[in-house]
Design a protein around this ligand. Sequence first.
Ligand SMILES: *[C@@H]1O[C@H](CO)[C@@H](O)[C@H](O)[C@H]1NC(C)=O
Ligand SMILES: *[C@@H]1O[C@H](CO)[C@@H](O)[C@H](O)[C@H]1NC(C)=O
Length: 246
Amino acid sequence: MLIIFCILFFIPHSFAFSLPDPYTTFSKLNLPPGVNGGSVSLDPLNQGPYVATSDGRILKYNGSDFMDFAYLSPNRDNLLGIPAPLGDSTGRILEYNTVTGEVRALLKDLPRPAGPAVSADGTFIAYGSYNTQQIFKYYLQGLKAGTTEVLVPELPGAPGITKRAVEFGYFWVGVNQMVQQQPTPVVQAYGYKFSSNGNVVLIKNFTTEYGNARVNVVQEYFNLLQGGTLYAGSRTSNYVGKYTKW
Ligand SMILES: *[C@@H]1O[C@H](CO)[C@@H](O)[C@H](O)[C@H]1NC(C)=O
Ligand SMILES: *[C@@H]1O[C@H](CO)[C@@H](O)[C@H](O)[C@H]1NC(C)=O
């Protein structure tokens, strides 16, 4: 343990290294017919996953099937599948104060931001930009409060929603790369795990299991028996992908 700490300590700030992919066992949690799921999360008791679907429902996985849990939209229109116009830069990141109920815009005029994640220590948020294919860091506290930095400068494709990883200070984001192929371009989906300093430590290649489908969210949970579970939600797939270790 001491040796590992020493090595990590002396790695220069910008040094990018990648760990071997531990999430080698895959299973599909099938959604009801005709429904896709763009988000996925467990509850505090690790029950679920819960999935927000393309037709405005929240479904809960009971160990063998997804069952209705809640409704988001009374008319169940397509809520998840509409990308904004290209070149749009009217995106905002809103802050909701749970005590006062007040909502204010933290950031405005952004080029298509994707869902942000608050860091585990609460000092910043990390969010992706669909148009620039980057991850940004916006400081909530400290000397840099109110300022934005580029955290991950070059992704191979558009990032989805950023989520906190199991380890303190790390995040996951789904990245969808358009690859030119005949007769039409195809999507290759990846999960990028990165640190608070922007070091990419793991790249999970989803292409074998997802084919030409996108991965919009990657959620990692600690799991005592298997060491960790990775869920991948896709707006263009009829299932939630579940990866376990080794
Ligand atoms: C899960 O839901 C399905 C469909 O409603 C049901 O048939 C099955 O018995 C449930 N399984 C458990 C473990 O509750
Ligand atoms: C990801 O996997 C696909 C399918 O095996 C492969 O074609 C692609 O080159 C891989 N991407 C990288 C960056 O290795």
